[in-house]
Design a protein around this ligand. Structure first.
Ligand code: C5P
Length: 217
């Protein structure tokens, strides 16, 4: 019998406001997180999704916590991580936020406008595994040096597996149905998947997460 695990899944972009009507964000649609959530539910697991602003509908069976900014997503994940068995970080968290968010709409007065940005906290770097030994899976969206960069992130952010994900191509990457991926594991294993449906990679993620979790717990 399959043991039901608690999946915590981050999804979508974050949104960093400049003023009430303008913000910085990225092209993430939340699709990858949705697919992982569906796949985990189909395998009989419990799912909690921490999402940034997205236009899609999550499964009714999933608990959804809505966030807007990277700081909000950071807080929500820190609060929910201790209870989870598996964390899948599909969210494209904005690396920077405006130093100041104007309360009122900024009017165009000068020809140039300088926007100062500061770093957002790295969520994966902030979390610490508890005695439960959570399994952590992340993504690396890269346009170049895909494998080298992804391997560096896997080690630095102490993940069990990273999905090295080439973006910038026409028919794979952000906001489309396909992904071009290689799975890299903590023990050095490298599994090249190539271009495939996000749905298929989501199933692989759930299977691998379950396998790793069962091995370490
Ligand atoms: O360094 P990079 O942003 O490419 O790392 C990607 C991985 O780290 C993703 O799994 C993403 O969800 C996660 N991440 C994070 N906190 C951030 C930025 C990214 O946990 N501030």
């Amino acid at each position: 019998m399959i043991k039901s695990l608690k999946f915590l899944i981050s999804a979508g972009p974050t949104r960093e406001h400049i003023d009430p009507v303008r913000f910085i964000t990225n092209a993430s649609s939340g699709k990858m997180g949705l697919m992982v959530a569906e796949s985990a539910l189909n395998s009989g697991h419990q799912v909690k999704i921490i999402t940034g602003p997205v236009k899609l509908e999550y499964p009714e069976k999933a608990e959804v916590i809505k966030t807007i900014t990277a700081l909000e997503m950071h807080t929500a994940i820190m609060q929910n991580f201790p209870e989870c068995d598996v964390l899948v970080m599909t969210a494209a968290v904005c690396d920077f936020r405006p130093v100041k968010t104007s309360i009122n709409k900024i009017h165009k007065s000068d020809e140039t406008f300088i926007l100062r940005l500061e770093r957002n906290p790295d969520i994966l770097l902030s979390i610490r595994r508890s005695e439960k030994k959570q399994t952590i899976i992340g993504f690396a969206a890269e346009t170049n040096d895909v494998i080298v960069s992804a391997k560096r992130k896997l080690e630095k952010k102490r993940m069990d597996m990273i999905v090295a994900n080439e973006v910038g191509g026409k028919d794979y990457g952000f906001a489309v149905e396909h992904i071009k991926a290689t799975l890299l594991f903590r023990d050095g294993e490298k599994r090249e998947i190539g271009r495939c449906r996000k749905k298929d990679i989501a199933e692989m993620i759930v299977n691998e997460a379950t396998r790793i979790h069962n091995k370490t717990n």
